[in-house]
Design a protein around this ligand. Structure first.
Ligand code: ADP
Length: 630
């Protein structure tokens, strides 16, 4: 409303009435103005030129925690002495002095909050001031700033990661895959500057690239390249092998994956591909394969998952499988399959090699035994590959099996023979004994008969001794053999054995000398009897009618028995073997024997914890030495 208008209009009516109307209007205007000031959400106050408060609204009362009456007429800086020198005060003073509006944000020491203040110069030379708390806005601002910073940090981090990874990373930024960005490694690999690399996607006609991207010997058109394909078709490309063939002839082999990038709604916005350079690995593989082709074995290699990815020519020759169609199915013997499979799984899990024998089917249908040996080859970068060979061990296995069978047969025979012979032999001896009794009193004719009978008896006895040896041998072989220990004087035992052999020695005109010192120990008398009998018997048998010496003497904690002859002796090459089963030296000629006595003697001495040894010279005689712990 215009002032002059009102005055002009008032001048037309009665002065008093006009004054009253004007006053009413003024009051109404004041009333409306006050209502507005009270209803606004900001706190509002007014000061005059001397900083005295001339108006405060309710929000100001609430903010300052004081009623209007305690505020009006007071000087602002008296009410808030601590605020008199802060940034807010400086701003207000500037508005007052320079008569300009100001707007500022401060942290109020009274409200303990962020406050935004707007001050306007007023007509009375003072200021009208609006203020309000802006905690929420401040927090939101801080949040925004923090999240922007985080996003920035993440972007920097991501870029650093991208440029540090030892893999080529190519990113398509649109679903067409036309605009591709490479990380440092990727750019270096392509021999291009880093960043957006249009040359990788330019249409074939306009292409100026210095390389070609090949797969399986075929050049890939742009839309078949893994990253582009992932972007265009929204499909992941896994374990893609690529060859990068440069115009100068250099070739790099790449292996990697490409994945489409989706937005929150699932729409494809681009794609990312990560590829590692496997050129060195491929070269090493090629070298390995060349080597493996030279092997006399069947050979193959497999990836970390154990799936074979290469077989040598020998494999194909043996199995009759065509190149590219090699497989274990149908070749591995069905009975061996589960065991081999289990070993493979274990080896894969542990990353450790293994060996196993199994049968493989030859092209003509015959199964042959092979020794499979698989070894893990660790690769640069921690990967694992497997290299395996199969060696044909069929003939070896077959002959080993034949040997084992022969061994079993021999054992069975010994066992059977010794048991079967024993029964008729016992019956025979009984008959001879009965005959002797029947013959009764001696007459010349009967004399002859009884001499013959004595001979029969001697033969039978010898036969029985032989069978005894066989039985011993079969028992020793089967490990069924226990010692019956008792106190024994070895010298006494040796004397007894020599006395028993006297007849035999006499028959061969072999003198036996004894040199015995008593040695007592805990031994199996019957077994040692057998040992001494055998050694003395051999000395007489192979002694060439020359004297035999038997010695027994203590030596510390041991007993030593020596049987020495001056007979045919044993050649150096047979010294060790004569202690083995069925082994006889080459110079025995027609002297009969089974080749078991020394073997049995050795087993028995060893069972006592002792040793048996031999010194001999062919044609000059032998000395057998038995040492027994007491
Ligand atoms: P055998 O006498 O029944 O053939 P042994 O096991 O007792 O079997 O002896 C094995 C071989 O050792 C004999 O065949 C013989 O060649 C050789 N041998 C054993 N004792 C003597 C010895 N005193 N002099 C020469 N050779 C001997």
């Amino acid at each position: 409303m215009d002032d002059r208008d009102t005055q002009g209009h008032a001048a037309k009516g009665s002065p008093a009435a006009e004054a009253g109307a004007a006053e009413r209007e003024l009051r109404q205007a004041h009333q409306r103005f006050t209502e507005i000031l009270e209803s606004i959400t900001d706190a509002f106050y007014a000061v005059d030129a001397a900083w005295r408060l001339t108006y405060v609204n309710q929000r100001t009362e609430a903010a300052w925690l004081r009623p209007r009456e305690a505020l009006l007429g007071r000087v602002l800086w008296d009410l808030f002495p601590e605020a008199a020198s802060n940034e807010g005060a400086r701003q207000l003073q500037r508005a007052m002095q320079e008569r300009v509006p100001v707007r500022f944000e401060t942290r109020s020491p009274y409200l303990h909050a962020w406050v935004e203040t707007i001050a306007y110069p007023a007509a009375n030379g003072g200021l009208s001031v609006l203020f309000q708390e802006i905690a929420e806005r401040k927090a939101a601002e801080a949040d925004l700033q923090a999240s922007e910073q985080r996003a920035l940090a993440r972007a920097i981090e991501l870029q650093t990661v991208l440029d540090t990874v030892p893999a080529a990373v190519w990113i398509a930024h649109d679903p067409s895959g036309d605009r591709i960005e490479a990380n440092c490694y990727g750019a270096e690999l392509l021999r291009t500057p880093p960043g957006v690399n249009a040359s990788t996607t330019a249409p074939p006609g306009e292409r100026q690239t210095h390389y070609r991207l090949m797969r399986g010997g075929r050049e890939l058109p742009p839309d078949e390249r893994p990253v582009q394909a992932a972007a265009r078709h929204g499909k992941e490309q896994r374990d893609v092998e690529l060859e990068l063939v440069f115009s100068d002839g250099a070739v790099r082999h790449l292996l990697g994956n490409a994945t489409p990038i989706l937005d929150a709604g699932g729409a494809v916005t681009g794609a990312v591909g990560a590829f590692i350079d496997v050129t060195e690995r491929r070269r090493a593989d090629a070298r390995l394969r060349q080597l493996a082709e030279a092997l006399p074995q069947l050979a193959w290699s497999a990836g970390a998952d154990g799936a074979p990815d290469w077989f040598n020519q020998r494999w194909r020759d043996y199995t009759g499988q065509a190149a590219g169609a090699e497989a274990f199915a149908g070749v591995l013997h069905p009975d061996d399959g589960p065991a081999v499979e289990a070993l493979w799984r274990g080896a894969l899990a542990r990353g450790a090699g293994f060996e196993v024998e199994h049968r493989l089917r030859r092209a003509d249908g015959e199964y042959r035994w092979f020794l499979r040996r698989a070894v893990p080859l660790s690769e640069e970068g921690g990967g694992l590959r497997w290299f395996a060979t199969c060696t044909d061990v069929h003939d070896l296995k077959v002959s080993q099996e034949a040997l084992r069978q022969a061994d079993r047969l021999k054992e069975d025979f010994l066992h059977m023979a010794s048991h079967e012979f024993r029964t008729p032999m016992t019956a025979l001896r009984l008959q001879v004994e009965l005959l002797r009794r029947t013959l009764g009193a001696p007459t010349p004719a009967l004399d002859k008969a009884s001499r013959q009978l004595a001979m029969v008896d001697a033969q039978v006895e010898r036969l029985q001794a032989l069978i005894g040896t066989l039985l011993d041998a079969s028992r020793l072989d089967a490990g069924k053999f226990t010692l019956d220990l008792a106190e024994v004087d070895l010298a006494e035992l040796a004397a007894e054995v020599v006395a028993r052999c006297a007849q035999d020695a006499e028959a061969r005109e072999t003198p036996i000398t004894l040199q015995l010192a008593p040695v007592r120990g805990h031994w199996d008398r019957a077994r040692l009897d057998q040992v001494i009998t055998n050694l003395v018997g051999n000395a007489i048998k192979y002694g060439a009618r020359k004297p035999v010496a038997v010695e027994v003497a203590p030596r510390g904690e041991e007993a030593v028995l020596r049987v020495r002859d001056q007979g045919i002796g044993i050649a150096a090459e047979s010294l060790a073997s004569v202690f083995e089963q069925f082994e006889r030296a080459g110079n025995v000629r027609n002297i009969q024997g089974l080749g078991l006595g020394l073997w049995i003697a050795r087993k028995m001495v060893e069972a006592h914890g002792g040793t048996i040894s031999l010194e001999s010279e062919e044609g000059r005689g032998s000395t057998f030495t038995v040492v027994l712990p007491r």
